[in-house]
Design a protein around this ligand. Structure first.
Ligand code: FAD
Length: 594
């Protein structure tokens, strides 16, 4: 096959907050940078982030980055790496001020400082009382950040490949990752982008579950590319189920609603969180609140005719405050449930939201893997940042407001590292011929299929996969649900093998795009279920009814998953959690109560 080839110093896959923060720094330094995105840059999922970004600015209550660090480690159920968490929390005030200078229109206090709201899992003075650490632009913080970063990139003259879907990483004949295959969605043409460095910033993948808060494009393409390149994914058993999705729809009702004073009630009108988290109540960490809601419903205290949700009640709050601080939440409830939150409570239930696991990296965004001797090593010139990466700052459970922080802190750190590396690298290093065969086979699979003998379309198969994962690998898991999930996935994989596209057009073929995404989601489903079945303990968002406590003696370690053949025989390895921070004393694991 013949492909048009383009040359860059850096190619970034993804134009969310992570990709754009990195691109801005690279372009400003004169590095020839291309950003590839499936959608127009400002439609990336970062745009949907509502509540805000954490930084110990101390604008409302006193604060300290060490308290932020402590809360993040505790929130992670001690699986987060303490060096990375220290780095992120220390950098936070600086990156938020930098965003302000890029033009982010943060909400303000009376005296003109950046407004900060209380969010779950935050505390003052190592757990003493609730903090207010989340910097917000009303409840549209992600929108404000993404638009500002995009405009800054236009100024810095970053090159964009808009509506181009990345298909796979390409190695050169020496085995180094040296290029990227992309599909121009409008024309159906494939193109090769050669680059001295490649950075994956493809965001999350909660489309793996039936009820989720994520954009339809969040299918984990970058993670699946890593698996196909023979590299590892880390901690894929840890998926965050956000406590308050709009019941039946999954659309996010931000934690900001509870941060501003919203209360969760069961069918009897009881504010039940006091039974699960006596101190933090509604603002306990997300895994704790999500399980509390699921238990209330399971034990028959759910609301509505089907008793399948609980109420999030904001009716006691001043309606002027709601209109000022939560305008988008009000609009969402009105549009999708016909509810005015000033007058009526919102029906909510947990919904798949965020991926704590991902592509393992160090704090410089360099992708890590295991060498033949089983030692951890970094790959030259391959980076991952944002939700697709696992640094790991979120461990087994992410705190609200820490992901927007993660994407800008590590987007910037990875760009710094990349600039440093390119300055030492000879320009002709990447002239070796490319090995295009593996990606050509994948392209041909979806280019030249005949007749329609399959059991469904890529879109209907995606729904089937989402149901399998929600049933077997949801808020609660057991050996039995996970084994059933493996059986279902085995059968499902055979259906995907038989899949034929009904639409055979060469240009703008949505089915082909979705077929690539389906293969990616399926690869992540296997990674998730194998990692979850092996981990025989409960930690953060991974809750095993058959192993209901945390087991630090055996499981204080990260899971690494490699794709193997046949895919239902897992290849797993484990690496230690970094308990030693960069400059301060360690926070040793202890019982986690809120
Ligand atoms: C509804 C919602 C609300 C949230 N609210 C908050 C909040 O208040 N605070 C907080 O801290 N976190 C929040 N989060 C989480 C946070 O927003 C995300 O984790 C973060 O924005 C992810 O940024 P990213 O840059 O990694 O990826 P994204 O913003 O998801 O961008 C991914 C990019 O990758 C591109 N891409 C993917 N695959 C391909 C491919 N194959 N080819 C080409 N391009 C590709 C996409 O086009 C897109 O540009 C929220 C998440 C959701 C879903």
């Amino acid at each position: 096959m013949e492909f048009e080839t383009y040359h860059f110093d850096a190619v970034i896959v993804g134009s969310g907050g992570a990709g754009l923060r990195a691109a801005l720094m690279l372009s400003e330094k004169g590095i020839r940078t291309a950003v590839v995105s499936k959608v127009f840059p400002t439609r990336s999922h970062t745009v949907a982030a509502q509540g805000g970004i954490n930084a110990a600015l101390g604008n409302i209550l006193p604060d300290n980055w060490l308290w932020h660090m402590y809360d993040t480690i505790k929130g992670s159920d001690y699986l987060g790496d303490q060096d990375a968490i220290e780095y992120m929390c220390r950098e936070a005030p600086d990156v938020v001020r930098e965003l302000e200078h890029f033009g982010v229109p943060f909400s303000r206090t009376e005296s003109g400082k950046i407004y900060q709201r209380p969010f779950g899992g935050q505390s003052l003075n190592f757990g003493q009382r609730q903090a207010a650490r989340t910097c917000a632009a009303a409840d549209r913080t992600g929108h404000a950040i993404l638009h500002s970063l995009y405009q800054q990139n236009l100024r810095a003259q970053t090159t964009f490949f808009v509506e181009h879907q990345a298909i796979d990483l390409i190695r050169d004949e020496r085995g180094d990752i040296a290029a990227l295959m992309v599909l121009d969605i409008a024309t159906g043409e494939y193109k090769v982008l050669r680059s001295r460095a490649i950075m994956l910033a493809t965001g999350g993948a909660a489309q793996l579950f039936r009820t989720n808060t994520n954009a339809r494009i969040n299918t984990g393409d970058g993670l699946a590319m890593i698996l196909r390149a023979g590299l590892a994914l880390q901690d894929m058993e840890f998926w965050q189920f956000h406590p308050t999705g709009l019941s039946g729809k999954g659309i996010l009702i931000s934690e900001a609603a509870r941060g501003e004073g919203g209360v969760l009630r069961n069918a009897a009108g009881e504010a039940f969180m006091k039974h699960y988290a006596p101190h933090a109540r509604e603002l306990a960490s997300r895994d704790v609140v999500a399980r509390a809601i699921a238990i209330e419903v399971q034990e028959g205290r759910g609301c509505g005719v089907n008793q399948d949700h609980v109420w999030l009640d904001l009716t006691h709050l001043d309606s002027a405050l709601i209109k000022q601080r939560l305008p988008a939440i009000r609009e969402i409830a009105l549009t999708f449930a016909g509810i005015d939150i000033c007058q009526e409570p919102i029906p909510v239930y947990p919904t798949a939201h965020y991926m704590m696991g991902g592509i393992p990296t160090n704090i410089h965004g360099q992708v890590k893997t295991l060498n033949d001797q089983g030692e951890v090593e970094v790959l030259p010139n391959l980076f991952a940042v944002g939700e697709c990466a696992c640094v790991s700052v979120h461990g087994a459970n992410r705190l609200g407001g820490n992901s927007l922080l993660d994407i800008v802190v590590f987007g910037r750190a990875a760009a710094r590292q990349l600039i440093e590396q390119l300055s030492h690298q000879p320009l002709d290093y990447f002239d070796a011929p490319l090995d295009l065969q593996p990606v050509e086979r994948r392209i041909q699979r979806w280019q030249a299929c005949d007749a329609s003998s399959s059991d469904g379309t890529p879109a209907s198969l995606r729904q089937r996969l989402q149901t399998i994962m929600e049933t077997g690998c949801g808020v609660f898991r057991t050996e039995d649900t996970l084994n059933k999930c493996i059986d279902d996935l085995t059968e499902f994989s055979a259906q995907v093998d038989k899949l034929m596209l009904q639409d055979r057009s060469e240009v703008f073929n949505l089915e082909r795009l979705e077929a690539f995404e389906l293969e990616n989601l399926l690869a992540l489903a296997w990674a998730t279920v194998h990692s979850a079945r092996s981990r025989q303990e409960s930690r953060g968002a991974h809750y095993r009814l058959d192993y209901s406590s945390r087991d630090d003696d055996n499981w204080l370690k990260h899971t690494l998953y490699f794709q193997s053949q046949p895919v239902n025989t897992p290849r797993l390895a484990y690496v230690p959690v970094t308990l030693q921070p960069l400059t301060v004393p360690s926070f040793p694991p202890k019982k986690r109560v809120y």
